[in-house]
Design a binder for this molecule. Structure first.
Ligand SMILES: Nc1ncnc2c1ncn2[C@@H]1O[C@H](COP(=O)(O)OP(=O)(O)OP(=O)(O)O)[C@@H](O)[C@H]1O
Ligand SMILES: [Mg+2]
Length: 425
């Protein structure tokens, strides 16, 4: 059994073959044709010789073969079978079949297995040369197309990465604006409390126990708000560094609602409006950063207070849903919008929280724009238009969904849906 790379007559194979003049596998169980093919092609290609199917397949497993010349009629494994197996080892191998008295059926079979040519035995030199050279050329072209396609893919991937970088650079400004927007809330509260503390200190010439308790209590709130500022900057900085906060702590909804109520009670946007924050009927948690959820509800509540100049009512409340949302029921329309349905984790139980006002509602021509960054209907010194954009981003990060329903003259309800977790202590 002839197996292996055939040395060129009297020639020493160079230690590292120059890349690459094409490797031709010749498979024939008769020595005569094998030797004539060797003589014909030894100067043009690196040759591998096999005298039966298994030897040919072993060579294909160990070498990168470009073209195989296969005799169809061989003892043991037929040329057709060898072709099939060679294509299995390396689908890129081109094959030229040699036939003696084959039926058109066999030839058709070879072509179906993607042999690229067939020649009759006995062959003349010009014909076999023509067939093998053409197969080599085809193989080379296919290789080039393949590597071009790979290069195009590489370029596309690079371009994609660059686009993401550009997008991040572009949103950097928005992120800084968001930090300022979000920190403004706690800072307002801190400033309010510091004023109250100052007044109290100025009024009393001597510290009573009651004064001390008052000061301690307000300082605790100030400290919590300072903590919130730090959390907000941390959240955005980690976003800039493209880290996701995967270990977002679970928070208790009712605890969060109590904190929120304290914040809203001292918020300058409250004015003369009526405000109700009703706890949920049961203790339950949600998997979202606490500062994020307070931020979401505070932004929604402040919008609700600011939606009308006359005193009106704003309510924050919620409930636990024991079944997933029936998404078919939500239809975007003149009065409704549902965000982040595609990415929400719609697994029961869910926590549903809403912020409802009985203000003027949102006009249908305004509704599609309210989540756009910098969209505001407020005066230039009153609104940045970032509030709702931040809200929808935070809800998306928490795999929740956000629904807004509005009715002109009746009011607006923003509802968020978040996956629930076990209650936290
Ligand atoms: N409850 C609501 N009732 C009526 N309109 C609302 C309500 N909430 C939001 N909107 C409309 O959506 C717009 C965008 O709100 P968003 O919170 O993004 O920005 P903003 O409140 O205008 O500014 P900022 O939040 O920076 O103070 C508002 O200007 C307002 O027109
Ligand atoms: Mg707002």
């Amino acid at each position: 059994m002839a197996l292996g790379l055939e040395p060129l007559e009297n020639d020493v194979i160079p230690a590292v073959a120059p890349k690459r003049r094409g490797t031709l596998l010749i498979v024939d169980d008769e020595d005569g044709p094998r030797q004539s093919l060797r003589v014909i092609f030894k100067d043009d290609y690196d040759l591998l010789m096999a005298d039966d199917g298994p030897a040919a397949i072993e060579l294909a497993q160990k070498n990168e073969i470009d073209v195989a010349v296969l005799d169809i009629r061989m003892a043991g494994m037929s040329g057709i079978e060898v072709l099939e197996r060679l294509k299995y080892v390396n689908p890129n191998i081109e094959a030229v079949m040699m036939t003696a008295f084959e039926t058109t059926d066999t030839i058709r079979q070879a072509l179906r297995l993607r042999a690229c040519d067939y020649i009759n035995k006995p062959f003349d030199i010009a014909t076999i040369r023509g067939a093998v050279n053409q197969a080599m050329q085809r193989r080379r072209l296919e290789g080039e197309i393949h590597s071009s396609a790979e290069k195009v893919q590489e370029l596309l991937t690079e371009l994609q990465a660059q686009r993401v970088e550009e997008q991040i650079a572009k949103t950097r400004g928005d992120i800084y604006a968001s930090i300022i927007h979000d920190i403004n809330g706690p800072l307002t509260v801190i400033s309010g409390f510091v004023q109250v503390l100052n007044q109290r200190l100025n009024l009393s010439s001597r510290m009573e126990l009651e004064d001390l308790e008052f000061i301690k209590d307000r300082l605790r709130i100030v400290a919590r708000q300072v903590g919130n500022c730090i959390e907000i900057s941390r959240r955005y900085l980690s976003f800039l560094r493209r880290q996701s906060d995967e270990n977002a702590p679970k928070i208790s909804i009712n605890q969060m609602l109590r904190d929120l109520e304290q914040l809203v009670r001292v918020h300058p946007a409250l004015l003369e409006n009526e405000f109700v924050a009703a706890p949920l009927g049961e203790e339950i948690g949600v998997k979202i950063n606490g500062t994020d959820l307070i931020q979401v509800l505070l932004n929604l509540a402040v919008n609700a207070f600011q939606c009308a100049p006359l005193p009106h009512r704003v309510e924050i409340s919620g409930e636990v849903l024991r079944a997933p949302l029936d998404l078919a029921k939500f239809k975007d329309g003149l009065n409704d919008r549902l965000l982040n349905v595609e990415n929400m984790n719609n697994t029961a139980p869910l926590v549903k929280l809403w912020v409802r006002d009985n203000g003027p509602g949102i006009p249908p021509e305004v509704l599609p724009k309210i989540f756009h960054p910098y969209f505001t209907t407020k005066g230039p010194r009153q609104g940045t238009g970032l509030g709702l954009n931040i809200v929808q981003r935070l809800i998306k990060e928490a795999n929740g969904a956000l629904h807004v329903h509005t009715q002109q003259g009746e009011g607006t309800t923003f509802t968020i849906y978040l996956p629930a977790t076990a209650p936290t202590k």
